[in-house]
Write a protein of this length. Structure first.
Length: 78
């Protein structure tokens, strides 16, 4: 992991890569479903979804705020 990237605490297993746009900082990219499943290890699934949407995906922590993406299964098998 690179030191200058802002990573989401506790979601290392959901990290799928980084995104770099010209002139912008590098941003960590996470698999949304994996993040929710990580949270669901310690709480009911519906609570994990609600917690994730409000407290993780809904948090803005500056221009290096991580990105959480939905992966389409049809593209994973290419």
């Amino acid at each position: 992991m690179q030191d200058n990237i802002l990573y989401a605490d506790g979601f290392d297993k959901a990290l799928i890569g980084t995104e770099k746009s010209h002139g912008q900082p590098t941003i960590a990219v996470y698999d949304r479903d994996k993040c929710i499943n990580i949270l669901a290890e310690d709480m009911p699934y519906e609570e994990a979804v609600e917690y994730f949407e409000f407290n993780v995906a809904g948090a803005f922590v500056g221009e290096q705020t991580p990105i959480f993406v939905d992966l389409e299964e049809k593209y994973l098998c290419l």
